[in-house]
Design a protein around this ligand. Structure first.
Ligand SMILES: [Mn+2]
Length: 306
């Protein structure tokens, strides 16, 4: 297996600017060196996907509505991403997508689900996030597409998003599990309940402990799916540890807990693709958050201390 790194410098799915610098920060924090040290073969997509900064978006492509901001530009960029991710997944390699805000996962999920579905594999999704990202145009308080991506991938929302790439539902919500959740919008929570996703909130981690929580999550996927996509929003970590994020929500997972989570997910043997998103260097301190992202990727790909 080879890890194929794709950089997605896109930040217009969010209100706070700066996540477009996430891929550079993660690269400079030593991602390639980490993979080399683990003996993992890897490459970077070159030339990278061209994602114009917000100031240079093409007005002719820029469908934008108040309830789905920068829709046209996000669909364009994610369409290119989905094609790359699909072909990597089909070849049996590991697509690793570096965001960017969480809207890029529209492309990752479309790509992996297309490849897996054609191979007769059920795709599970572990959404590591402070947020639900399960709004639609009707429930969103902001119109920011990064808050709608998982709902859209599960078939909820405007047809431009739900029918993106292929006119089918990408992910069965019965194969979706969250961890780290602590900030949901009221109508978003109702839709998550209706969809039937599994959720481990911060209170669940407090109640069960991280060890039992992760073993339940491993069992959840082991019973249900053939391939697991891990979508890691760095804001799942408490902002005391990871200040360089899109939306800081206090009361998050500790650095130790997320490292442990990634180790345990690696040990399931199910993980075949991943995103690392919402690293925001504008708000970071000496690139510490990007360095955490590198360590998390290492653990997810099999690194252990001893
Ligand atoms: Mn997110």
């Amino acid at each position: 297996m080879k890890v194929r790194i794709i950089e997605m410098p896109l930040d217009y799915g969010a209100s706070r600017r700066g996540a477009d610098m996430g891929p550079s920060a993660i690269r400079l924090a030593g991602l390639r060196e980490k993979l080399n040290s683990l003996g993992i073969e890897s490459d970077d997509l070159y030339p990278p996907i061209a994602v114009p900064p917000q100031e240079y978006l093409d007005p002719a492509r820029e469908i934008s509505r108040d309830d789905a901001k920068h829709l046209g530009s996000i669909l364009d960029a994610c369409g290119t991403l989905a094609g790359h991710v699909e072909s990597i997944a089909r070849s049996g390699d590991f697509p690793l997508v570096l965001g960017g805000d969480h809207s890029i996962s529209l492309g990752s999920l479309a790509g992996v689900s297309a490849a897996n579905a054609d191979a007769g594999k059920r795709t599970g999704v572990l959404w590591v996030d402070a947020h639900g990202d399960f709004n639609t145009n009707l429930t969103t308080p902001t119109g920011n597409i990064h808050g709608m991506i998982l709902a859209a991938s599960c078939g909820y929302g405007i047809p431009e998003l739900t029918g993106f790439y292929r006119p089918v539902r990408k992910i069965d919500p019965a194969y979706v599990c969250y961890i780290g959740v602590r900030d949901l919008d009221p109508k978003e929570r109702l839709l998550m309940r209706e969809a039937g996703v599994r959720v481990y909130t911060m209170s669940d981690i407090d109640r069960l402990g991280i060890s039992r929580t992760t073993s339940e999550i491993a069992g959840f996927f082991d019973d249900r799916v053939d391939a697991l996509h891990v979508s890691f929003d760095i804001d799942a970590i408490d902002p005391r540890f990871a200040p360089g994020v899109g939306i800081e929500v206090p009361g998050g997972m500790t650095y130790r807990e997320v490292l442990f989570l990634m180790e345990e997910m690696s040990m399931t043997g199910l993980v075949t693709s991943a995103d690392m998103v919402e690293v925001n260097p504008v708000h970071d301190v000496r690139n510490v958050t990007a360095r955490m992202a590198v360590d998390l990727i290492g653990r997810l790909l099999g690194e252990t201390v001893y």
